[in-house]
Design a protein around this ligand. Structure first.
Ligand code: GPW
Length: 837
């Protein structure tokens, strides 16, 4: 297809284009000549993508300028979303959709001889995030722009995003760097004029003048430089900004050292400045206490706050008005240093008194908690904090002193309570509890699904509810953008919905509750046939992807069963793979006649493990090796196939999700704060197999319990079950013989050297913290119910339609409106059709 290769064809194309007066084509060709310095008729696919991206970028920039200009002129209250992760995926298709240019663009590109879909696929994912938390931030930016809300994101411009995952011949995960900027990034604008100094180390000297001020000097100074990423809203001119910071040495290198003959020392200082934003930490749900991570957090919060305050100061208002113009959302505790940093600026640089400063701070910040898992609650060692951020450590001690005095007044003499609530955890070393600091420094706190928010109120922040009152602690159930997660990833389904609802696509994509209009069509046989045919074509699209990337042939006349997410013990990919093994032996024990009545199933896994998370990596190894055995077994391979798709990404999710009949969200009850891919699958008509956890519960409330498959123990039972495992462990052969058989197969070497898997199997045999033993039987029973239901094709399709129809609540537009109204107190700031300057 391309490159065009033939100048004659190209010129013929251009003539047609001229006739159609296609501005898009002209702009494309112009960029080929001027930005890429190439000839259109021998352009390759990557070049076509670059030219396309650059010409779309020109349109985005016009809107971006109008939007920022409108914000500056009208000076509305703004919100800022501080997140260490933004998992954006690809941009070109989304930008075209939001600009309403997709069809015209496709036509222009194809006129020039390029395949539109192939061109889109030349784009590398922007993968500046680990998983759900980072993808949520990306969905929220889309919703803010689509609803014309004056919201900016602030993050870090990592030179390397999440690692690329390779699978070795033994089935082990290998990590390779992700040099995502290597082909240049057309979606960012370097801002050489937006720079701030950020200090580390040195010493803090309290002034003994009764003001409480201090001077912080010495140490290392690095430069933060801004890169702006345009965030277009769907069907609106509003184009918001995502500002990402890059760290640079203040001078190319230290001239003094250089002149003193210390060239290596000078270069080292420069490297250490650049190191701050060089790589995204690939750990999900963990607090590591690494110095470089602390430096990332401070570098980012300090630059972002300086930028926010500079913008506020342009309004010429006294500092006490800051909460009327600025709301700052903390995405988990990662940006909590913004709280002592704002105190430092207000006291040391703006000369405010402590109480006034604290009054401002606690009306500006909002904190979202995304987990109750203890290993994920961030803590920083006091000695490290004192070393890297001496002034902030002083401020944290002062905040703590005043806070504990207030607790003491309310609960006199309750020393245990003081110890529990303190910002400082005793121990060697002492540690700063970031969730406590984020909580007391914020106007409001929220969790991300009803159950999770209740767990936040009754477990990790219970004492704070008692002290500050329940009204500070809310819930905003997560959401997903239906633009990317339905219209873009499943264009055929989107078109069918538009046709069926007889609504403009822009209407239901902006008010997702309109999907309810599909409900009556579940009874319509012809509609069901169309619905099912689309699912089938999506399966074929996935099979094609697997064939091209892995060289494997997948059967598409089977149920597609998908579990895709970070690999983690609490998410229980182990339960799934043990279930697959159980099914494999059940099949082997059947007669051919019995087998032929069984539902065919293709099981897909994808997901990355943190590089140092050995148990998670062993899980991957087990999956890959089980797949090898099962897929090669002539007796069973017609009925059960298993695939681990390497290098899970946003773009891979966009292919997998629309193809799924059933997806698994099977965390131990009470451990998954929300989950968001559960919403994506259901929106695309995939049914849900899950535990009574996170947003699964609210999905079931919406779609009805007869349209989801629930199993497993409930949250209130978990604590007692864990206790039993620890102190009254019953051997697995007695508690769950089916599971014991599966474990014996693995350790007996059915899937390669059994000894390798011992550490993984021991987590189940020993404390079984995630309750695999307790939930195994009901999991197997649930899988059987899924099979049974799938055999009734028409009934299954009805369930699928009803599920999609009831997903309106889970649009990120709804979630963002809740934040805007009940938290940030901001309003839309529309861009006028005729921009004013
Ligand atoms: F530990 N989440 C995540 F809470 O993807 F910080 N990474 C993380 O490091 C954390 C949470 C953290 C996820 C939750 O696990 C998931 O349940 C939730 O849907 C998502 O954040 C967005 O709220």
């Amino acid at each position: 297809k391309w490159p065009l290769g033939d100048e004659k064809v190209w010129k013929a194309g251009m003539r047609t284009v001229d006739k159609d007066v296609s501005d898009i084509t002209k702009s494309f060709v112009n960029h080929v000549h001027t930005s890429l310095a190439r000839q259109p008729y021998n352009l390759d696919g990557l070049g076509a993508y670059q030219a396309a991206a650059l010409s779309v970028r020109d349109d985005l920039l016009i809107n971006w300028n109008h939007t920022q200009n409108t914000y500056t002129r009208t000076a509305p209250k703004r919100a800022y979303y501080l997140s260490l992760e933004f998992l954006m995926g690809r941009t070109l298709d989304n930008a075209l959709l939001n600009l309403g240019l997709k069809d015209k663009f496709k036509e222009s590109v194809e006129l020039l001889g390029f395949n539109f879909e192939d061109t889109l696929e030349k784009e590398r994912d922007a993968a500046l995030g680990n998983g759900g938390l980072g993808r949520l931030a990306a969905c929220y930016l889309d919703s803010c722009a689509s609803q014309e809300l004056p919201v900016w994101g602030y993050g870090l411009r990592y030179e390397y995003g999440i690692f690329q995952q390779l699978i070795s011949s033994e089935g082990d995960q290998l990590e390779a760097p992700d040099p995502w900027l290597a082909n240049q990034n057309p979606w960012e604008l370097p801002r050489i004029d937006v720079v701030y100094d950020v200090r580390f180390y040195g010493h803090a000297e309290r002034l003994e003048d009764g003001t409480g001020r201090a001077l912080w000097h010495g140490g290392q100074e690095v430069l933060a430089m801004a890169y702006d990423v345009m965030i277009p809203g769907y069907g609106t001119q509003s184009t918001n900004n995502l500002r990402l910071w890059e760290s640079k040495p203040k001078r190319g290198f230290d001239l003094n050292s250089f002149n003193a003959g210390n060239y290596e020392g000078a270069v080292a200082a420069s490297n250490s400045a650049q190191a701050i934003t060089s790589v995204l930490y690939p750990n999900d749900h963990t607090s590591f206490g690494k110095e470089l991570r602390l430096k990332q957090q401070y570098f980012w919060t300090a630059a972002s706050l300086a930028d926010i305050l500079r913008r506020f100061k342009n309004l010429d208002k006294p500092m006490r008005y800051l909460p009327d113009y600025v709301a700052i959302q903390l995405n988990d505790t990662h940006p909590t240093l913004a709280i002592p940093e704002l105190m430092r600026i207000l006291i040391d640089e703006e000369d405010l008194r402590w109480d006034d400063a604290w009054g401002i701070v606690t009306n500006v910040f909002f904190y979202t908690n995304h987990t109750v898992l203890p290993e994920a609650l961030e803590k920083w060692a006091v000695p490290l904090m004192e070393f890297v951020l001496p002034r902030h450590m002083q401020i944290i001690y002062d905040i703590n002193l005043f806070f504990l005095q207030a607790v003491e007044r309310k609960f006199p003499g309750d020393r245990d309570r003081l110890a529990r609530m303190s910002l400082i955890e005793e121990g060697f070393p002492k540690q700063v509890r970031m969730a406590h600091l984020a909580c007391i420094g914020s106007r409001k706190v929220n969790g991300v699904a009803e159950l999770h928010s209740e767990l936040v109120r009754t477990t990790i922040l219970k004492d704070f509810v008692d002290f500050e009152g329940i009204s500070k602690f809310g819930n905003v159930t997560n959401g997903i953008t239906p633009r990317r997660w339905l219209d873009q990833c499943n264009p055929e389904l989107s078109a069918l919905i538009t046709k069926t609802l007889k609504l403009d696509k822009a209407v239901w994509l902006k008010d997702l509750t309109k999907l309810e209009g599909l409900l009556p069509f579940a009874e319509n046989k012809a509609f069901r046939a169309e619905w099912a045919a689309i699912k089938q074509r999506n399966k074929e699209r996935l099979a094609h992807y697997v064939q091209v990337t892995l060289g494997l042939i997948i059967r598409t006349d089977a149920m597609f069963d998908v579990q895709i997410k970070r690999i983690h013990e609490y998410k229980r990919q182990t339960l799934n793979i043990l279930g697959v093994i159980h099914r494999y032996y059940a099949l082997k024990n059947m007669t051919p006649a019995q087998r032929s009545k069984i539902n065919r199933r293709v099981v897909f896994f994808a997901g990355k493990a943190a590089p140092a998370y050995h148990i998670a990596k062993l899980t991957i190894r087990l999956i890959v090796n089980v797949a090898r055995v099962i897929n090669a077994d002539p007796e069973t391979k017609e009925f059960l196939q298993l695939y681990f798709l390497p290098d899970y990404s946003v773009s891979l999710a966009e292919v997998l999700i629309p193809a799924s009949d059933i997806s698994q969200h099977i965390s131990t009850a009470g451990t998954e704060a929300s989950g968001t891919s559960n919403m994506k699958f259901c929106l695309n008509g995939g049914l849900l197999l899950g535990t009574v956890d996170g947003a699964n519960i609210e999905i079931a409330e919406e779609v009805g319990e007869d349209n989801v498959f629930f199993f497993g123990h409930l949250t209130p039972a978990v604590e007692d079950l864990r206790y039993k495992h620890l102190y009254h462990g019953i051997p697995i052969d007695q508690q769950c013989p089916a599971l014991a058989d599966v474990l014996k197969k693995i350790s007996g070497g059915a899937f390669g050297d059994g000894g390798v898997y011992e550490p993984l199997l021991n987590t189940i045999r020993q404390s079984d913290y995630y309750l695999i033993t307790d939930d195994f039987d009901s999991y197997i029973a649930a899988l059987e119910m899924v099979d049974e239901a799938y055999l009734d094709k028409e009934e299954w399709i009805k369930k699928s339609i009803r599920t999609t129809a009831k997903m309106g609540k889970f649009s990120s537009d709804r979630a963002i409106n809740e934040y805007a109204e009940s938290y940030w107190n901001i309003e839309p700031c529309p861009v006028p059709a005729e921009p004013k300057y």
